[in-house]
Design a protein around this ligand. Structure first.
Ligand SMILES: [Zn+2]
Ligand SMILES: [Zn+2]
Length: 548
């Protein structure tokens, strides 16, 4: 049995791996990752699916552990080339189907719903779907019965003993798998650096209730992930308990609540809701707005609210905004700006740094230890985390008594052979970041690097015209700059570059050079050297020297 890691090891996001036996492949999760601010124009980052696409005839299905974007968001890009059945819980598939229908692909995809505790043959494997608690309902860990024994994949999980829907992580099944013997454990490492135990989701409800009670006359606006249905349920319950009506704001919030009510995963009466358009007709103390945008996403509801750009709703001094979330690494700056703009509007803002209005969905060290203790794997590979999380999780496994030779630290692209007698590295496959620019499609590293240079240093265009016969400049060297300082710095710089390029061209012409591209290269080289030495800058240099 072979495991190929295609994403999620060394980063939070784009989770994807493939397991292979008897020449058949099953994919587990196909997630996306959101770009860093310096990845200009990049909208999404995907796993590199080339390895899978080359083997598409051998792929039997995609199994989704849960409905988060970092596990399902790349599905449409994978299914486009590898159209195989998708397995998951009703909610997970509901979220996935919604995204695929946005891409007009849902009709051509096969969805196969699985239930808690179910065992199902997928390709050469027997998959067992074990309930786990997480920050989205209906999440699963997987027990995969293979030719070399059981592989347990934890999925994303925490051990919440008081979950909102009463659906606990099935510890007893994990323990009995441990008794029968588990060959390999792949386990969520997100919070492996954090000691102790993650708070129960229920603790957030208590905090929200108190904050609402202390503000009977204020309008409460609560932002959270649209997939966090248990959070939404708790906000709604608190609001309802105080006789507040609930208005939903944000497209995904509306769509997810609708789906969850249909699946009976969210309990609410139609009478609890009011349309966002009518919110202003109610006294502030009679209303609660639940919105998207807790990560400062540029187009989401809370961001628009903070800028006064939202339709139907303005926030001001009679509003309290609660960010029921924790910024994902990389989003801190955007979240900070949203909070600042809300303050500018006179709004009271409460976030998880002030009040316990958020609980993580991932297991901390205490829960990870429990998981390891129940499953007692013979071999372990930490997954789902930045590199330091994987290292800490590996150390935790060692401290639980697993010998170092049975623990492997892997990264994206690594292939591992799993045998009855142990695991070992088998090779590597391409697994770089695959950038998607919404307007342009795929994006390689090179144009992205150019965008960085453009953003940091600007661009310089060098033009000149040369008479081939006489070997002389007939149109003078001109330098046009974009993205530089104005005024004297600019003038001095442009004069210096003009002079240097002219000298370089004259020299090349004197040596008999008439080739257009060689002359362009000479101009670029001379300008580049000067800018690097004198101005310590490396703008994008474009030369358009014509030989006539
Ligand atoms: Zn998750
Ligand atoms: Zn995840």
């Amino acid at each position: 049995m072979r495991v190929t890691f295609l994403g999620g090891l060394g980063e939070i996001g784009r989770n994807c791996l493939a397991i292979e036996q008897d020449g058949r492949i099953v994919v587990i999760d196909a997630g996306l990752m959101f770009p860093e601010p310096t990845m200009y124009g990049v909208d999404l980052i995907l796993p590199d699916f080339r390895w899978l696409i080359e083997r598409r005839d051998r792929v039997d299905g995609v199994v989704l552990t849960h409905g988060h974007e970092d596990h399902t968001g790349a599905l449409r890009y994978l299914l486009k080339d590898v159209n195989v059945p998708v397995y998951g819980s009703a909610l997970t598939l509901g979220f996935a189907r919604h995204r695929l229908s946005e891409a007009k692909m849902a009709g051509s995809c096969t969805f196969i719903e699985v239930h808690d505790g179910e065992r199902r043959r997928i390709g050469p494997f027997d998959f067992e779907f074990i309930p786990v608690t997480h920050s989205v309902p209906s999440a699963h860990a997987l027990a995969i019965h293979t030719a070399v024994g059981v592989v347990v994949h934890s999925g994303d999980f925490k051990l919440d003993q008081t979950p909102i829907d009463g659906r606990r992580t099935d510890l007893s099944r994990l323990a009995s798998l441990g008794d029968e013997g588990v060959t390999l454990l792949l386990c969520d490492s997100t919070n492996a650096e954090e000691p102790g135990f993650t708070n129960s989701e229920r603790s957030v409800g208590g905090a929200l209730r108190r904050l609402f009670l202390e503000r009977p006359d204020r309008r409460m606006v609560v932002a959270c992930f649209a997939s966090h249905l248990h959070r939404i349920q708790q906000i709604m319950d608190v609001a309802r308990g105080q006789g507040r009506k609930v208005a939903l704001m944000g497209r995904s919030m509306e769509a997810n609540v609708k789906l969850a009510r249909k699946l009976h995963l969210l309990h609410a009466d139609a009478a609890d809701f009011i349309d966002l358009e009518t919110v202003d007709r109610y006294p502030p103390g009679d209303v609660c707005v639940i919105c998207t945008g807790s990560q400062g996403e540029p187009l989401a509801a809370l961001t628009k609210l903070s800028r006064g750009d939202a339709r139907f709703l303005r926030v001001g001094s009679s509003d309290t905004v609660i960010l029921s979330s924790h910024p994902i690494p990389g989003n801190e700056w955007s979240v900070g700006r949203v909070i600042d703009d809300l303050h500018r509007a006179g709004t009271e803002v409460i976030d998880s740094s002030q009040e316990p209005v958020h609980a993580s969905g991932h297991a901390r060290q205490g829960e990870l230890r429990t998981f390891h203790q129940l499953v007692r794997p013979r071999n372990f590979i930490p997954v789902h985390g930045e590199y330091r999380h994987l290292v800490h999780h590996a150390a935790l496994a060692e401290s639980m008594g697993l010998a170092p030779k049975h623990i492997l630290l892997c990264e994206d692209g690594d292939q591992i052979d799993v045998r009855l007698d142990g695991i070992r590295r088998a090779g590597e496959v391409p697994a770089g970041l695959h950038y998607i620019d919404g307007s342009a499609g795929d994006l390689d590293e090179r144009p992205l690097e150019e965008r960085r240079m453009l953003a940091e240093f600007g661009v310089l265009l060098l033009t000149a015209g040369i008479d081939r016969e006489r070997g002389r400049l007939v149109q003078p060297v001109r330098v046009t700059a974009r993205g530089w300082f104005d005024g004297d710095t600019d003038r001095e710089l442009i004069a210096a570059v003009t002079e240097t390029v002219r000298a370089a061209l004259d020299e090349a012409l004197a040596e008999g050079e008439r080739d257009e591209s060689a002359l362009n290269r000479a101009a670029q080289r001379a300008a580049g050297r000067l800018l690097g030495q004198r101005f310590r800058r490396q703008p994008v240099l474009l030369a358009a020297v014509g030989v006539f």
